[in-house]
Design a protein around this ligand. Sequence first.
Ligand SMILES: Nc1ncnc2c1ncn2[C@@H]1O[C@H](COP(=O)(O)OP(=O)(O)OP(=O)(O)O)[C@@H](O)[C@H]1O
Length: 355
Amino acid sequence: MTKPYLELRNLSKSYDGRSRALDGVNLTAGKGEFITFLGPSGSGKTTTLMLIAGFEGATEGEILVDGTSITRVPPHKRGIGIVFQNYALFPHRTALQNILFPLQMRKMPKAQATEKARHMLALVGLERFADRHPREMSGGQQQRVALARALVFDPALLLLDEPLGALDKNLRESLQIEIKRIQRSLGVTTIFVTHDQSEAMAMSDRIVIFEGGRIQQAGTPLEIYDRPVNDFVARFVGDSNLLPICLTDPAAGTGEIAGIGPVRIPAQPGRRAGEAATLLLRPEVLGLAAEGAPNTCRLAVETVVHFGDSALVLGDVGGTPLRARLPGLAAQGISEGSEVALSWNPAAGHLIPAA
Ligand SMILES: Nc1ncnc2c1ncn2[C@@H]1O[C@H](COP(=O)(O)OP(=O)(O)OP(=O)(O)O)[C@@H](O)[C@H]1O
């Protein structure tokens, strides 16, 4: 990664002086990066955002932007643009006046401010809505105005806290693309908080997974999906089969799974024979077994759920529950109560060390 632009150093927060809502968070973001905080409710995502914004003080640790500590700088002097889930526009100001507000606070000359605000309005696709009040606009339009207002003063950082949470699915998806386009074109370093993993996968350069006030993993969407560092991340992002495995010859890439038998896995040169671990198999890496394929098992099918383009086949292999996502056509002939042979490519299994 390039030189860090945003740095969180050992950041902790306790609201009550006893328990820690945030516990030793370290993170760096490069200039222009789009980073998403993803995690269950109460895991510390918003707390981290509030500390960066300066609305809450850190109990311990430092926050740096471009090499300078902002930990003790008041929020209005941090130069950070923020968009929350509830639009928080000024109801008695028009769209243009809302966007002008941060520039008026900064005492920018009127003509220059108006030109800048109009430019932002165009960037979010609302030129024709300049004179509308928030109540005369849809939720999606209001969020565009909020985004324009957060960006108009060229902020050092853009913080987005579930900005699409209140919108319906279609609007959400089109705004995801829109926000990403605007963020890229301005090159503004962005932190985005969401509960929605597909949103995180679609938008982020990197995803940071929070749990219990700590960062469990930070990585690109594919790293997080393909190579989760622990069971929590594997379960939280995407659908998963997590199978207990005993390594027989780690360097050669062999192991044994109860109910399935000997299997091949990616070579694990650093591990010992006899070591216990967990093998992650995403449901879509399982397919109908070809004759003589390695890593074959017989699934006693309990349930088949058809989605059209694909189907989820749920069942049991020698007492171990297993779920496979098969292409719709391949799943057509599979009936509940039957047995089906499945296999997976050894390279598609990902080994997670036992906790
Ligand atoms: N103002 C506050 N006073 C006391 N405790 C708080 C406050 N804000 C958050 N907490 C606690 O801190 C922990 C982390 O909360 P936080 O809001 O950061 O989580 P989150 O991951 O953003 O959750 P959500 O997705 O529900 O917004 C929780 O246990 C929460 O109850």
